[in-house]
Design a protein around this ligand. Structure first.
Ligand code: TRP
Length: 333
């Protein structure tokens, strides 16, 4: 039977509060995907504990992340939204795939090398086998596409390798997914150091989605602009990275072109431009923040969303898991 819609799946770690870079770069474009694809979105909390977490904080961020996605337009009626740890099949298939992944190939993963360098006191086995769990996350749902950024491409590659290896031994058990390169959103740089991507680890240059308007305004007014001699608003990422970043944020928020923006601020200088970008961002985020707060006040609703999501996800996941268990020779329950 031909499926009417192709399936798309992505996991997002609740490892930090979501910010403007996450929104303009990715989340903003997700709400339209559900028209085209059968979408699964899950909070990858099992991946998050590969780095030590404050338990109450992890719980808070997981719930807030669900509320924020809904507030950003992911309709729970049209998307399957769930928490990874609520669907035991992830851990179960993860173990099986551990046994079909080689030590050597895991050793070559750049993220493992980076993360173990950064967390030298906690190079745990979970960090090492992370790609197997991620492969399980994906393969359980037989998706056609996995939207990922540049930094996660190697993980989709190894997932494809694992799936092909398994299929080669046991027949067509897994659909081998393609990475999906989403419509590129804006690449938002930090406000305090525009040479790096906006990141939660540099909070003074990072605008969080749940931040108060006055704090957002303060960050924009203090945004680093460029020390070139011309003091007007012109798009040139090479010589004017700070101003160009603000322009790309303003363009993404208002839909204006760079020429529109140059004309709008012609002769006005940075002093007028920075608060204007701040205002635009405040107005963009206001409904998202208010809706997220409203949802967080309605715990019963959020619970109903993630419970229904886990149930739907489990149904799909268990189908694949049963097949795998049978293939590898486990006695049926
Ligand atoms: N590793 C991904 C990240 O850090 C998160 C993730 C976990 C994921 N499981 C996934 C993404 C499955 C896509 C599909 O961003």
């Amino acid at each position: 039977m031909e499926k009417e819609k192709k399936t798309l799946l992505s996991g997002i770690q609740p490892s930090g509060d979501l910010h403007l870079g996450n929104y303009l770069g990715a989340i903003k474009n997700w709400k339209e995907l559900c028209d085209q694809f059968d979408c699964y979105w899950f909070m990858a909390d099992m991946h998050t504990i590969t780095v030590r977490q404050e338990p109450a904080e992890l719980r808070r961020r997981t719930l807030t992340q669900i509320a924020t996605y809904i507030a950003c337009g992911l309709d729970p009626e049209k998307n399957t939204i769930f928490v990874q740890s609520h669907v035991p099949a992830h851990a179960e298939l993860g173990w099986v795939l551990d046994c079909y992944t080689m030590f050597g190939e895991l050793s070559r993963m750049t993220q493992f090398k980076d993360k173990s360098a950064r967390n030298a006191d906690n190079i745990n086995a979970g960090l090492f086998t992370y790609p197997c769990l991620m492969a399980a996350d994906i393969l359980l749902y037989q998706p056609d596409f996995v939207p990922v950024g540049e930094d996660q491409k190697q993980h989709v590659e190894i997932c494809r390798d694992i799936a092909n290896r398994f299929n080669h031994v046991y027949g067509e058990v897994f659909r081998v997914p393609e990475p999906y390169i989403p419509k590129t959103g804006a690449r938002v740089m930090g406000l305090s150091a525009p040479e790096n991507k906006m990141s939660k680890s540099v909070p003074e240059g990072c605008v969080f989605l749940m931040e108060k308007p006055e704090d957002i305004m303060r960050k924009f007014k203090r945004a680093v602009t460029d020390s070139d001699t011309e003091r007007w608003v012109r798009y040139d990422p090479e010589t004017k990275p700070g101003v160009s970043n603000l322009m790309s944020i303003y363009a993404a928020v208002t839909g204006k072109t760079y020429e529109d923006i140059e004309r709008e601020f012609d002769g006005k200088g940075y002093g007028a431009f920075k608060p204007a970008v701040g205002e635009a961002v405040v107005e963009l985020l206001r409904p998202i923040r208010e809706e997220t707060e409203r949802l967080l006040a309605d715990k019963a609703y959020l619970e109903s969303v993630y419970r229904a999501g886990a149930e739907k996800a489990s149904y799909a996941a268990n189908k694949t898991l049963r097949k795998v268990y049978k293939k590898v020779g486990f006695l049926p329950r």
